[in-house]
Write a protein that binds this ligand. Structure first.
Ligand code: PEP
Ligand code: MN
Length: 337
């Protein structure tokens, strides 16, 4: 059960609400976010929900049978839209493209990518400075110094940045140089990291775990929300299956299912989703038809020379061909949804 608390609720009213919950055998947990106050009440007994709902200090009360609560679509009227910077939105009808290299490599590469983004009206640049790599001998990113240059260059052109945070100790130094924190697939259930990202007031893009279920992704998002941060985007980036013909199995089904189960925006990552450059555009468009609120795509001036994930990275020309098809695909989707 989710109880939405009035912003003017007094301490005495809260005490009364908690006492009433205890009375019916429910345990309440108080949640404060940047947008509201909630009590998540967990219990088994049947009771008249109106009795609690009519109490002073309560705006509304909802039964939510899902194990994840605050991220469930069962209580919230409408979809979540998240502000990126001052005038950009994602979710609830606002589609966003986030494009850029897998890894930030050099200042020249940032300049070149920015020019590509500006020419195509893309306002969010992706790029990792802390790279989770399967081998410790692979390029692991330019770190904090690279991030500072990445941020400065993008800020000059009003481009917002999304980059991966790998551990709790990186949050604070990264905070002022990041517009969206990315949680990678390998950290999808790093609950300490999720707890701490719940305490910052910046959007978080949470990727699905390599072998993570949809339910686990939603529970992971619940960690962030219940720690105080409602600005969460979920990301389908393919899962590990028995299939070996491509890097990951892009679970398009998950996009449609997530759109039904949660009010949060859902972003598709076709680059990691299939891992083969020539198929990325079609999987990207298929993700849009499945309901995605945005795309995160790997793009590089010269993919063959990329420090990481070149095999799944689009050239500027290939990316442009993809962008051109997005609006038509969104139109087509209107006939389906
Ligand atoms: C990435 O975005 O480059 C990345 C490492 O993604 P994932 O965590 O989905 O593997
Ligand atoms: Mn990558």
């Amino acid at each position: 059960m989710i109880i939405q608390i009035d912003k003017n609720c007094t301490v005495n009213q809260l005490v009364d609400i908690n006492a009433a919950l205890e009375n019916i055998g429910f345990k309440g947990t108080k949640i404060n976010t940047q947008f509201g106050q909630y009590i998540i009440a967990i219990g088994k007994r049947e009771f008249d929900i109106r009795k609690i709902g009519r109490m002073q200090g309560i705006v509304d009360i909802h039964r939510v049978s899902d194990d994840f609560k605050l991220v469930s679509s069962k209580w919230k009227v409408g979809k979540t839209k998240i502000k990126i910077g001052t005038d950009n939105w994602v979710g609830d009808g606002h589609f966003q493209i986030m494009a850029g290299p897998c890894s930030i490599e050099s200042e020249a590469q940032i300049d070149s990518t920015i020019a590509h983004l500006l020419a195509n009206n893309v306002t969010i640049m992706r790029g990792g400075v802390y790279k989770p790599r399967s081998s410790p001998y692979s390029f692991r990113g330019l770190g904090q110094e690279g991030l500072k240059i990445f941020y400065k260059k993008c800020k000059e052109h009003n481009i917002k940045i999304i980059t991966e945070v790998m551990q709790v100790s990186q949050i604070e130094p990264m905070h002022d140089y990041v517009d969206i924190f990315q949680v990678g697939a390998r950290n999808s259930q790093n609950f300490n990291l999720l707890d701490e990202l719940g305490k910052v007031d910046k959007p978080v893009l949470l990727k699905r775990g390599i072998s993570g279920t949809i339910e686990e992704l939603l529970q992971a998002a619940e960690y962030i929300f219940s720690n105080g941060n409602e600005k969460i985007m979920l990301c389908e980036r393919g899962i590990r299956t028995f299939e070996g013909a491509y890097r990951n199995t892009m679970d398009l089904n998950a996009i449609s299912i997530l759109k039904e189960k949660t009010h949060l925006p859902v972003i598709a990552d076709p680059s990691h989703g299939i891992g083969i450059r020539r198929f990325v555009p079609q999987i990207a468009l298929a993700s849009i038809l499945a309901g995605a609120d945005g795309l995160i795509v790997e793009v590089h001036e010269n993919p063959e020379k990329a420090f990481s994930d070149g095999q799944q990275t689009l050239s500027y020309k290939e990316a442009e061909a993809l962008y051109k098809n997005i609006n038509a695909t969104l139109e087509l989707r209107k006939n389906l949804l």
